[in-house]
Every structure is written in structure tokens, then in C-alpha cells.
Design a protein around this ligand. Sequence first.
Ligand code: ADP
Ligand code: MG
Length: 415
Amino acid sequence: MAKKTLQDRSPESIAGSLVVVRVDFNAPMDEEGKVSDDTRLVHTLPTLRYLAHARAKVVLLSHLGRPEGAAHEGLSLRGVSRRLEELLGIPVDFCPETTGPVADVAVRGLAEGEVLLLENTRFHREELENDLSWAESLRHGAELFVNDAFGTAHRAHASTVGIAGRVRAAGGEALAGLLMERELRFLGTALTDPARPFVAVIGGAKISGKIDVIETLLPEVDRLLIGGAMANTFFLARGLCVGESLVEEDRVPIAQSLLERAGDKIILPSDVVTAESLASGASTREVSCDEVRENEWIGDIGPRSARRFAEVISSAGTVIWNGPMGMFEVPPFEAGTFAVARAAASAADEGAMVVLGGGDSAAAARASGVAHRITHISTGGGATLEFLSGKELPGVAALSDRVADPESRPEEDDN
Ligand code: ADP
Ligand code: MG
């Protein structure tokens, strides 16, 4: 990896040091302020255990929700600290301040191997503005910053970008955490050195949010399978009737141009599951994609398409999958997505690298019971899409370089 990671630092070299860690604890909370899904917390445990065992003094920063720069009782991280304490098995202190005198005292009071979670960074507008003097106070004097919040790496905020710059300016290091490293390794390998055949499976609700991903992946992949509501826009581009289906008419020209440029790589569903409403238990028809009626909705890819998609996935060396094949949350429309999930899991069993991105796709993999067999399920939503679009993530760019830190690199010879 081009960026320094926590694994570049021995536990001995960290012992006794103050380490500020940006994590993504943006977990769903219930009305009582308790964490209702601790997946995001669990993902940070390897980094936190590494640091606690190394006897570092660990200060945790995270956002929760979108308080838009002002304190908001319902978005306090206090409940998160309680759940984290149970998961880590060591005490986790919580400080109701992020910066300021109370936070300073709490940080100074940390002993080796102790963990302190500070309050929601997004209670401060300086976070969203990437205010550098606030980032300096967020550093709390630490010379080691670890960013493990891959899901927030596409945001240039004070706790992701500003603080990394301040730590480096102070002569310290900004490192990728173990989760961040894992994300960059799998997503990066898929983009730069995929085992062939390289198959991308793209679905979900909208083409607009994923057009950059398709544009970037298309020249690289051997096959691009398109399902979900996204396929509807392509059907329209081919002049087919999509009835009442979810479709983005303003994106039809883009779909047309993609088909013209790479029609041989793109595989669209040849059949679909339709119904007069996308309600649970609706009565459905399995029809060829040119037999959709004006009063129908397309809710899933059809069985023939599911078999074809599964076949292509089975022979792949690398699979990137983002977006469900249909409205998998609603019972008669889950079969296509689950078939793709099973094929992806089997491909992974056979040694293919299968990388899954997107919150709903991850939920679909879990619902189909195969999530544990997928090589890597990305924890990012927007960050994963931006990475797969070939964009540099600001939170990653801000970390220390492995070879030579640009800020300390001598001027290059220009002759
Ligand atoms: P991800 O979160 O994995 O990136 P998206 O958010 O892009 O995926 O899309 C997921 C949503 O797309 C799901 O809620 C699913 O119900 C919806 N969806 C997929 N296919 C269809 C369809 N044919 N009609 C309506 N909604 C669909
Ligand atoms: Mg989604």
C-alpha cells in the first residue's frame, strides 16, 4: 500500500503514546439511546484491540447522524461507548465534549491501554468546514493519528483530513487503521490487478448515483451484469416498454451511449418478474423483457436471467457487486438477488475474489445467508462508490505516504 498503516508500527513503538483514532460509529440507535445494530463497532475492534494491547492511550473520534454542526441530545455517542465497552471487554470512558477544557482533562487523565470516546464531531460546524485550528485542538497533542473510518473517507472533514495534516505538520504520522487497510487492499486490487475474468454486477435503485462507477469499471471488466431498477433505464434505451417501473428517463441517453460503446460486455436481463404493484405477496408474472405491460412494475430479474448471471459469476476470477437485482426486501421479488448472492458466494468458495459494496447489497447478502462466504463486504456506501469511480478519497490522501512523506520530500529536479 502507498499509505502507511498501523501494521507498519510495532506495538512497542506505540506503547505509552497518545493515539487519536477516527472511527465510523455512525450506528443505528433506538429511542433509548442504545445501539440497535453494532456492525460498525465490531468492524473497528481489530484496530482498537491492537492499540489497547500495545498499551497506547486511545482517544476515539466519530460522527453520528447529521446534527449539522450543533449539539443534539439524540445524537450523543454516550450509548455507543457503553456498547463498545461490552464488545471490547475493557472500560471505555465517554467525554461529553469533543474539544475544550473538559475533553483536555479527560485526555490527560488517560493511562496506558485505556480508551476514551469523545462526543460526536459533527456537533461542531468546524468539523464539516475542515477548520484547521479546530483540527489542531482535536489532535489533543497526539503525534499519532489512525484513520479507520473508511465509510467517511470521501469527506474532507476536520476529523478525517484536517487532523491528519496537523499531526504530520507536528512531525507525527497519520496511519490507515486495520479496517481502512483491508478496504483499500480489496477494492484496490479489484481495480488495479483483478484476476480474470473480471465481472462487475451493478444493480440497485438508481443509475444516476452509479454512472461514474460504470464508466470507470467498463473498460476494465470482461463482463458487466446489470440488474435492479437500473436495468429499466437500459430497457428504455433499447426501446422496450417498462410500464410503471422505476426508471430515470433523463439517463436514457447515457444508457444508450454505454450500450453503443460496450454492448458486447454488458449483459442485461432477458426476462423479468412483473406485478401490478410491488407490494408484499403481489401476484407476479415471469416474462421476457419485451413483454412488460403498461400497467406493470418490474420488481426483479427473471429466472432465466438469474441463471445466466449466476453462470457468468461462477466462472469469474474477480467479482465486484454493488446493488440488488430487484426489490429483495419484498418477498416475491427476492429470488434474483438471492441467486446472484449464492453464485457470488460459490465463486468465492472456488477462490475468486468477491467484493461486495453498498448497504442494501450487504443486507441482501445477509438475508440470503451467504454473507460469511463473500471475500470482502465493504463498510462504505458513498466512499466505496467514489473509490470504485477511480476518485481519490480525501481521508486516504491525507495519510502519511509509505515511501516518502511529500511534506518532507526534497524539491524534485526539473531537468
Ligand atoms: P446499495 O445500497 O447496495 O448501493 P442501492 O441503494 O443502489 O443499493 O439500491 C437498493 C434498492 O434498490 C433496494 O431498496 C431495492 O429495493 C431497490 N430496487 C432494486 N431493484 C428495484 C426495482 N426493480 N424496482 C424498484 N426498486 C428496486
Ligand atoms: Mg442503498
